[in-house]
Design a protein around this ligand. Structure first.
Ligand code: C2E
Ligand code: CA
Ligand code: CA
Length: 588
């Protein structure tokens, strides 16, 4: 018996005081202390495999509900007491103890005569007794049920989120590692989803944190309904959740992601308010996208941001869009340098009036003349720049270059304006408005000669902040265009308040409108909608005369596309402006 236990019995009688600490399974960090007193009892038994009990303390009778005579007369009392799940292990430990005469210390679950389960800690030694010659076992049993419950409560607290009771980041990682171990053995896949709520910040700001908490609880309840028993949903913090789907492949993961997103599409009622939120889900798969928990979690995060930016709801991880893979890290370094040494170039694509054929507007489109890879399109590096924190320098480089070029054309007699595409991150940059004002002054460009194209989905990322910035730019005299219109989900009420001058119908509708009645119908509706809101309407992706004519017939204001001109190098623009005769329309 341990000295501490003996002392405790001497001091406290048949109870022992114990101080416990709970420790995080991951960091080893101490999570909490608690002190408690626990009932103690003792026995003596034969020192052979039978462990036949010869005497028990009165406390043991009380503790387990068997009388002294039952203890002493029963052939195999231990089998009645120790629960089946622990029986074999304890038996083996005891035999080892008897063979080696080492101190014996173990914990197991026991059942009282009335069927209650207890946790017991047993400490025993083999002694030689001069009064009853021979070897005997002296054992002390401590009822550690309260201790186990306290430990369990501390563990639960340390591994779960208090608001929703969902597993927290530590436990999610632990379960993920466990799932990966199983998957390595069985060869089955594992899917991990990372989900972030849209507009949750707005809910907190508008209705207060208490409402935000209520909303989160409701969301969790509903999300749980679409998941299976074997799935784990955990809260990683704020409005971010991880969903672990063991044994699920790409198709299954996408299906589950859609189900979760559908749940979020329905409005939630919190304290009488109907609240619309949405979500973005990033998906990663083991083994395709990574082999360890941390890599998978980080890549799910990358995919989630891709989904958020594209307002697509969900996105599967794609290494090409990940700035953190080794190949991408090299590209990020190269891109940073490319911006510094002017390896980027702008091409300019004209836009013509469908009514007069005049081409006074040019859209700047960035390219990267990579020394080894050749000319790279914006798709190959703009999102990389966004993810790698380079979008500010890229955006400001484009603005400065386009304004310098505009100044040069104006000086040589071309009365053109330039349009620049703004990434959502640049739109929310606090220095944007001042920087534009400085650049306009530097290149002596009239604000009316600069257009800003912002995609509809970028606007909806953070509509209120977008509104503030655009209002300031518009009041400076800039022209504001909503790009890729029809692919985002802007509300009509938002559009009417937005200080925009122009909408550009997304080319996906324009490209096939000559053959596809649905596309033609959408294009016509957007033109009418734009005009009703007092906006000019531009169709992009006009590739042939038939489309050109249809648009002119529908009253569309401007057209842009390969039929008029492909994007041109700056040096070719003057020549084009001097010699081009834009397509005329039979209806114009
Ligand atoms: P966008 O703003 O919608 O630009 C139009 C894209 O459609 C351009 O591709 C253009 O070359 C292409 N296009 C134009 N006419 C036609 C046509 O008739 N048919 C077809 N099939 N395509 C046509 P590009 O230059 O590859 O740019 C792609 C996207 O990259 C742009 O889409 C824009 O969102 C982004 N981007 C381009 N330059 C910049 C930039 O400086 N900054 C930012 N943030 N994004 C940029
Ligand atoms: Ca554009
Ligand atoms: Ca566009």
């Amino acid at each position: 018996m341990g000295v501490a236990a003996v002392l405790a019995i001497l001091i406290h009688g048949p109870r022992i005081s114990w101080r416990i600490k709970a420790v995080s399974p991951h960091s080893g960090e101490r999570l909490g202390w608690c002190a408690m007193r626990m009932p103690v009892a003792s026995y003596t038994s034969a020192a052979d495999g039978s462990m036949a009990v010869t005497s028990v303390s009165p406390e043991l009778e009380v503790l387990l509900g068997y009388s002294r005579s039952e203890w002493v007369s029963s052939v195999d009392v231990w089998s009645r007491i120790i629960v089946p799940a622990d029986r074999e292990r304890v038996q083996a430990e005891r035999l080892h103890h008897l063979e080696t005469s080492e101190r014996f210390l173990t914990e197991y679950r026991a059942r009282t005569s009335e069927g209650h389960e207890l946790w017991l800690r047993e400490e025993a030694i083999v002694v030689y007794d001069a009064l009853r010659p021979g070897l005997w076992v002296h054992g002390v049993l401590v009822d550690i049920s309260d201790l186990k419950r306290a430990e369990e409560a501390l563990r639960h607290q340390a591994l779960h989120d208090q608001l929703t009771s969902l597993p927290n980041r530590i436990l999610v990682l632990d379960r993920l590692e466990q799932a990966l171990r199983t998957a390595r053995r069985t060869g089955k896949p594992v899917a991990l989803l990372l989900m972030d709520l849209d507009r949750f910040k707005d809910v907190n700001n508008t209705f207060g944190h208490a409402s935000g908490d209520l909303l989160l609880r409701q969301v969790v309840e509903q999300l749980r309904c679409v998941l299976r028993e074997s799935d784990t949903i955990g809260r990683l913090g704020g409005d971010e959740f991880a969903i672990l789907l063991p044994g699920v492949d790409a198709r299954g993961a996408e299906l589950t992601a859609r189900k979760l997103l559908n749940v979020l599409r329905r409005p939630f009622e919190v304290e009488g308010h109907l609240i619309d939120i949405g979500g973005s889900v990033g998906i990663v798969l083991y083994p395709e996208h990574g082999h360890d928990a941390n890599t998978l979690l980080q890549r799910a995060d990358v995919a989630m941001y891709v989904a958020k930016r594209a307002a697509s709801g969900l996105a599967m991880y794609e290494p090409d869009r990940d700035p953190y893979t080794p190949g991408r890290l090299v590209l990020v370094r190269e891109l940073r340098r490319a911006i510094e040494i002017d390896q980027l170039v702008l091409h300019y694509q004209p836009k013509a009036s469908l009514e007069t054929g005049a081409t006074e507007h040019l859209e700047a489109l960035v390219r990267w003349n990579h020394p080894h890879r050749g000319e790279m399109p914006p798709e190959a590096f703009v999102s990389l720049a966004e993810n790698a924190g380079l979008i500010k320098s890229l955006g400001f480089w484009v603005l400065n270059t386009a304004l310098r070029q505009c100044h040069a054309w104006r000086t040589s007699g071309h009365e053109v304006s330039v349009a620049v595409n703004l990434s959502p991150r640049t739109l929310h940059d606090p220095e944007l408005v001042e920087t534009i004002a400085e650049m306009l002054a530097r290149w002596r460009v009239d604000p009316g000669w600069l257009e800003m194209e912002i995609t509809e989905s970028a606007l909806m990322d953070d509509p209120e902040s977008a509104m503030q910035t655009l209002t300031r730019l518009h009041s400076m005299g800039l022209c504001i265009a909503v790009d890729d219109f029809g692919t985002g989900y802007s509300s009509l009420s938002y559009l009417t308040r937005l200080p925009a001058d122009q909408i550009k119908i997304d080319k996906s509708f324009v490209l096939d409108m000559a053959e596809n009645d649905d596309s033609a119908f959408i294009v016509r509706s957007v033109i009418d909608l734009g005009h009703n809101l007092g906006l000019d309407v531009v169709a992009e992706g006009v590739e042939n005369q038939k489309t050109w004519d249809m648009l002119a017939g529908m009253g569309c204001d401007f057209a842009q596309g390969f039929h008029l001109s492909r994007p041109l190098a700056a040096s070719d623009v003057s020549r084009w402006l001097n010699h081009a005769s834009p397509p005329t329309s039979c209806t114009a």
